[in-house]
Design a protein around this ligand. Structure first.
Ligand SMILES: Cc1ncc(C[n+]2csc(CCOP(=O)(O)OP(=O)(O)O)c2C)c(N)n1
Length: 314
């Protein structure tokens, strides 16, 4: 029960953080590409909750939520979105390239599916060092059509690497629904080609995500090899800030919002004995954290030209 509260707090932080991000984007304080995770929070939170410090996390460009769930501070993430020197990538990466060496958070990647091969590299490094680290790799369902996905899964399976690949199937790759780009609706069918263990779950429930990933992480950590998990989820916003998302069938979004994972988790907590006052207190705490992140990002300095010269390889 306590774990559910902890996971709810993280999901709520992601939700409020991203709502603030959308506002800051609309007022021109955040520029460039920006992809929100609203609606998909249980995936990152339930999965990452299983990790230990030596483990790696690697994601797509829709990674604000994963970065926060892994423990990068709201200040450092927001400052990065604002392109400030205090950001987790020193303002040089922006929304799609959040990194933290200390937390083994390996991005933030804009090349769809390409990072899956990199994930297997991290898993190989853990196995080579013998530190029992596990790599958690998140990829969109669209990304499973890309070469890097096949390269990454081939080596993960061939070398029995400690990796868990999570397909965040939010039903649309930009505006393209799954059925128009893939012959099978069940993406775990792909695992068979790699002789890899797999599972397919409804990922609106953070506890189901947690339990499913736990089994895969235990398997990876104990030398039993990688797992592919397809998680059915839904994004409430457009693909990016410039997408009005007109390609959805009428009523679909409204129907999914009825099952908003934040609402269902809140209801479960109340049933489990948490009080409305405790949850209101949490709302206040999260609101203050997000306000603080925005104020910090606004007040932070720009990265200097000298710093850029030191940091950017040329
Ligand atoms: C190699 C490559 N091809 C195309 C793109 C353009 N692109 C950016 S996001 C995207 C859709 C990816 O969808 P999916 O993998 O399902 O992830 P989601 O955005 O739904 O989380 C595409 C085609 C790209 N960034 N990289």
């Amino acid at each position: 029960m306590q774990r559910l509260f902890v996971m709810y707090e993280k999901m709520l932080l992601i939700r409020r953080f991203e709502e603030a991000t959308a506002k800051a984007y609309a007022s021109g304080k955040i520029r460039g590409f920006c992809h929100l995770y609203i609606g998909e929070e249980p995936v990152a939170v339930g999965a990452i909750e299983n990790l230990e410090p030596q483990d790696y996390v690697i994601c797509t460009y829709r990674e604000h939520g994963h970065a926060l769930a892994r423990g990068i501070t709201p200040r450092a993430v927001m400052a990065e979105l604002f392109g400030k020197a205090t950001g987790c990538s020193k303002g040089l990466g922006g929304s799609m390239h959040l990194f933290s060496r200390e937390l083994n958070f390996m991005g933030g990647h804009g090349i769809v599916g390409g990072h899956v091969a990199v994930a297997s590299g991290h898993a190989f490094a853990s196995k080579y060092r013998g530190d029992h680290g596990v790599t958690l790799c998140f990829v969109g369902e669209g990304g499973t059509n890309i070469g890097g996905f096949y390269e990454g899964l081939t080596y993960a399976s061939l070398w029995n690497l400690p990796a868990v690949f999570i397909i965040e199937n939010n039903l649309y790759a930009m505006g393209t629904p799954l059925y128009r780009s893939q012959p099978s609706r069940d993406l775990t069918a792909k695992a068979k080609a790699f002789n890899m263990a797999s599972e397919r779950i409804d990922a609106l429930d953070v506890e189901v995500v947690y339990d499913t990933v736990k089994k895969a992480v235990v398997r990876a950590r104990s030398g039993q090899g990688p797992t592919l998990i397809e998680m059915i989820t839904y994004r409430f916003r457009g693909h990016s800030m410039s997408d009005p998302a007109k390609y959805r069938p009428a009523g679909e979004l409204e129907e999914m919002k009825e099952k908003d994972p934040l609402d269902t988790t809140r209801e479960r907590l109340l049933k489990d004995g948490f009080t409305a006052e405790q949850l209101a207190e949490l709302d206040g705490k999260i609101a203050a954290q997000v306000d603080d992140a925005i104020a910090f990002a606004e007040a932070s300095p720009e990265t200097t030209y000298e710093e850029m010269q030191n940091l950017v390889f040329s």
